[in-house]
Every structure is written in structure tokens, then in C-alpha cells.
Design a protein around this ligand. Sequence first.
Ligand code: FDA
Length: 502
Amino acid sequence: QKRTFVPAVVVGTGYGSAVTALRLGEAGITTTMLELGQLWNKPGKDGKIFCSTLNPDSRSMWFSRRTKAPLDTFLWLDVVNRDIGTPYAGVLDRIDFPNMGVYVGRGVGGGSLVNGGMAPTPKRAYFEKMLPRVDADQMYRRYFPLANKMLGVNTIDPRYLEQTPVYRYARVSRRHAHQAGFKTTVIPNVYDFRYLQREERNQVPRSALAGEVIYGNNHGKQSLDKTYLADAVGTGKVTIQTLTRVTAIRQDKTGYVLTLEKIDASGNVLRRSELGCEHLFLGAGSVGTTELLLRARETDALPNLSAAIGTGWGSNGNVMTSRANHLWDPTGFLQSTIPTLAIDNWNDPIHPAFAEIAPLPIGIETWASLYLAITASPERGRFSYNASTDRAELHWGATQSNPSIATARALFDRINRAIGTTYRHDLFGGNREFAADFCYHPLGGCVLGKATDDYGRVRGYRNLYVTDGSLIPGSIGVNPFVTITALAERNIARVLATDLRT
Ligand code: FDA
């Protein structure tokens, strides 16, 4: 079999990968990026690239016949999820493990295509606690500002926030939080808030105001394909191969050899091939990168990989809940899908929580306040390799979500008591008040300083690196992509200066 060789390969096109590829390209290093999903640049029959949450079609989900939205039902009715026809290489994937469903983006840009764009920088004290061996001074002086600038982070005009009907839901939840004695904070975002204002004035096509978010935004969002990845390709040194799954990694005397599977958008395997490289950077996300390394260790392809691979996984303490407001507290029928406020109770010594005030953009008045809380759960899961399926399996016990739920309950019980409201029971299935059996923020599996050295160099091997969310030990206290980006910037700067000196 004829094998191609490139100096550097980056697996995945999410945050860690995009940063790494740009900096490699700028350094003049020919780099190939390999991405499982597609390049989202071709409009469908409706003239749009992505479909909305209100009218999902096959573009919404990664090879599924039905959508798998985080809300199960509305008013206990099975009206949220829809049949979407023939399985297709859609943009949102939900990887279901026992007791935990992990949402991830698929396509050039990874999670940036499907996420809510919230871009908070973590609290310094918590960052230092979670990543004690990383120089926090340098991160907060240099790499967090760099990540914010490169990602196009902006904040909402406070006057607009106070008067627009599309953030009534956020103001109502903020008022309730304040009445219960909690603090709130404005969350920066990579969605262009000036664009949002023009949407409201009907000057531009609507996206955040058209129910678009978890299945992609057609406008307004500075996803990675518009920022880091555009710049990376612009160096002339970086190319991206799409619909390409890395299935295995091994070593030979020339460096690393990757086994690739090229698929079409219907999932047919078109061909298998091999690609060789000298430097290999893994940015396939917490689940993706961990699976590749576990498989390599357990099949003896890379037998010296450390026992720490597959450990230290967490959901960032994600838990979703919703409150039923009084009739005099409507939340608005037209809601921006882009969240902009959070309840910040992180300094609580017993129940620290950072709860994003989420929209419920279904086009009707719901009187619901929805939240995605991030909690400081100490629980961690671990992955094992199942040889019969050739997949990594996450071990996350049913009770491991309980600390997150207890924290969320402490916060929202207090709000309900202050306002005289109750929880909604109709949204998450089984009359549940809290849903902590899925997450948007998978973190860990190849933790910095454990599975790798302090700069993401994989222990046991030279020229092999992890660049993504799997480096972060399960929890970071806020939505994670700014941290993933800043850490990747820091690590690649060191690696370029020492390992790749040309
Ligand atoms: P990321 O997951 O982004 O990218 C990995 C890429 O690798 C994917 O494109 C994948 O297809 C590819 N890949 C995987 N396996 C592969 C293989 N074997 N071969 C080739 N390619 C492979 N965060 C935040 O900070 N603010 C927010 O508002 C939100 N909101 C949010 C909403 C939703 C719905 C989701 C799903 C997630 C969020 N997040 C978020 C989380 C955020 O998007 C996430 O933390 C980052 O995208 C993780 O970045 P990584 O670089 O780790 O990988």
C-alpha cells in the first residue's frame, strides 16, 4: 500500500486542533488536518446550510433517524424530537454511554458549529486549583487575552440587553436570582451581538432569532471555520481532509502511521488508506482523543502509553433544570438562542454553581426559566476499551451525577422559595426536575500532567501530543472552550519553540 507522508498531522478541527494547525502553519510546517465531519459550506434545498431547532431535518444529527435534543418533551408531549429520515453526516452527535450522553459537534469547526458561543474565562482561583502546574500568571496575562481576541469574543450592549424582548427570559431569571440573593453576570460570546440587533430590526437574515443553535447557526456566529481555521488554511501550509475518520495509530521508523477511513455523507466507506507523519497532534475532543489513545494502548500499537489514559473524565458538573414562572412573568415568545446571563454562585463554599440562563426558543410563550448549571462535582469517570466493539466505553455510575444535582437543587430551591414558584416536570422525561445524564462539556480522559507532560506531550512517546478538552481534568467551572483554546495556544507555543525548531 502506497502511503503519503506529511511533517505534521492534526486530528480533528475543534478548538485545540484549530489553534495548533494555525500555529504550525505560521511556522511554515506543512500540516494535514483530518476531520470526521463535513465542511459545512453548501446550502441545502432550502438555501440554508444548517437547519433550525424548530424544523430539524437530516442535517441536524450525526447518523440518526431521529433528533436527540436535550429536552425530551414539552408539557409531557413528544413534540420536541422529530424523525429526520435517512441517517446522514449531520452536525450534532450524541454519544450515548450508560448514564451519560455526551453531545459533540461534527464538521470543520467541531463543537464551535453547534455550541451556544458562550465564552467566559474561568475564575483564576479555580483554574489554579484544577491545573496547578500551569503558570496562571502567564495564562491570564497572555493566553486568555489572546484566545479571546482570536475567537472574536464580544459582549452584549447593556442598553440593548435591558430593553429587547428577545432577552426578556434572561431578565426575568436574573430578577428572580437577585430576589433570592444571588449575583448574576453577563457572559461574553462569539456570536456577534451587533448582528443580533440587526436581526431584530429585520435588516439581515435571522439566525439567533430563528431558533438556530445546536444544529448550527447560518449567520452571526464566529465559529472556528471563520476564525482560527480560516487563518490556518490562509497560511498556505494547512489542508483539511473531511469525512475522514482516524481509526488507528501506530509507530514505525519514520514516525506515526494513521489508518484512515474515508466516508461519504451517507456513511458508506469509500476507501481505507494510511498516512504517515513525524509530529502527531490529537484534537478529536475528550471522547475522540481518549478513544484513539486507549485503542492504541490496548491493541499494543502504542504499548508504552500511560495507565492515566482514559481517567479523569468529568461532565464539567453539567445539570439542566427549569422553573415554572407565574403567569405575570412571561419569558417571551421570541427568544434569542444565544445566552447572555448567568447566575454566579461559584464562591459558595458548599454548593458552588455557575448557572447559565438558557433560552427555550420554541416560538410560543412557555413561562419557563431554563438553566444549564455548571457545578464543581468531584465525581470522575473512566474509559475502558472494549475489544469486541473496538470502542471506548465510559464508566459513569448512575449516582455520580448526584453531587451536581444536589448543588443545583440548593440554588434553585432557594429561588423557588423566594419567588413562590416550582420546578417544571414536563421537560426531561420521567417527571424529573433535573437532568444530569447528559453533558455539553466533556472534559478529561488524557489529563495534563498525568497522561501527558505539562505541555500536552503524551507520556511514553516523542512527537505525540494532545491539544483538546481531554487535557482538562473533568471540571473548569465555566463553559470550557476559551480555556481549551488558551491552553492549546500555550502548549503549541512551547512545543514549537522546543520540539519543532527548524
Ligand atoms: P471538539 O469536540 O470541538 O472537536 C473535535 C473534533 O474532532 C470534532 O470535529 C470531531 O468530529 C473530530 N473527531 C473526533 N474523532 C475523530 C476521529 N476519530 N477522526 C477524525 N476526526 C475526529 N462550550 C463553551 O465554552 N460555551 C458554550 O456555549 C458551549 N455550548 C455548547 C453547546 C453544545 C450543544 C455542545 C455540544 C457543546 C457546547 N460547548 C460549549 C462545549 C464546547 O463546544 C466544547 O468544549 C469544545 O468544542 C471542545 O473542543 P475540543 O477542541 O476539545 O474538541
